[in-house]
Design a protein around this ligand. Sequence first.
Ligand code: SF4
Length: 88
Amino acid sequence: MSRECKKCLLLESAEGDILKDIQEKITKLSPQEKCEQAEYEKRLELCKACDNLVSGVCMKCGCYVEFRAAFKNQKCPDVKDRKWKKCQ
Ligand code: SF4
């Protein structure tokens, strides 16, 4: 069992198998679905600074942020304080 890590992405934790699975899924997204790399990295930086991030999972929605943030049409699920929005 891995230990809980506040404000850690999977990339920084010991969840290598999950991260690999997510990275494979991201490579299969179409250009219409996939967020630009610079925006993706910006989103993840915002997640890393967020109190809702625990071991790569957003406590607001239960998603792995490294997967959720890869989609152009996704947004931060915190309705009171959206830290990142859909891509235009
Ligand atoms: S609430 Fe938003 S910024 Fe915070 S971890 Fe979830 S997706 Fe990331």
